[in-house]
Design a protein around this ligand. Structure first.
Ligand code: NAD
Length: 172
């Protein structure tokens, strides 16, 4: 296949996402990486901006020698699931199949007649966005579950301190 689409929020980009991209690139010449919920940031569940997530992904793929086979796009959410596939298609380069384990994403693409392929979950207990965000600010455990470039990037933008500040605000 020429191009596979991989959709995610990447809050943050972790080793499971990287393995998923490797799997897509094992079957496709190129991978379109659609960064969903692109309008969200500075929330405990959506800590990083679209630009920051693009940097994490791009720097990691460059370090892995995969950047030339990837195209990264941002997709804002819309308040209408039945129109989301058309919305995404308007904002993305064309693709031949979608790779996802997200139930809603799979359902919406399947209903639109687009081929959906599952991904093998890799070390899901560790490589999981929610678990990683929970660990940030408390321990350094999460650093083992993200690519080195993501760890460096989060340190550079003081991301853990951002999470602490936002979580503090949530208690008010
Ligand atoms: P995510 O970052 O949690 O996961 C991205 C993908 O990586 C998923 O397919 C997931 O199964 C896979 N993955 C995660 N951990 C893995 C591991 N350890 N090993 C292998 N694969 C792993 O993102 P998500 O929640 O799937 O993102 C879906 C995006 O689509 C969201 O931004 C959502 O808002 C958007 N969306 C929007 C609408 C709308 O706007 N109406 C509708 C549907 C979906």
């Amino acid at each position: 296949m020429r191009r596979g689409l991989f959709v995610g929020r990447f809050q943050p980009f972790h080793n499971g996402h990287l393995e998923a991209i490797r799997a897509v690139l094992g079957e496709c010449e190129e991978c379109v990486i659609a960064v969903g919920s692109s309008q969200k940031s500075h929330e405990t569940d959506n800590l990083f901006t679209l630009g920051e997530r693009i940097e994490m992904i791009y720097e990691t793929l460059r370090a892995e020698g995969l950047a030339q086979r990837a195209i990264i796009v941002g997709i804002p959410d819309i308040n209408n699931n039945s129109l989301w596939v058309a919305h995404l298609k308007a904002l993305s380069p064309s693709f031949d199949a979608v790779y996802s384990n997200n139930a809603l994403v799979k359902q919406l693409f399947a209903e639109a007649g687009i081929k959906v392929k599952p991904l093998k979950l890799v070390k899901r207990e560790d490589y999981d966005g929610t678990a990683i965000r929970k660990s940030m600010g408390k321990t350094k455990e999460w650093e083992k579950h993200v690519p080195p470039k993501v760890k460096e990037f989060v340190a550079r933008i003081d991301g853990v301190e951002r999470l602490r500040q936002i979580a503090e605000g949530d208690k008010i």
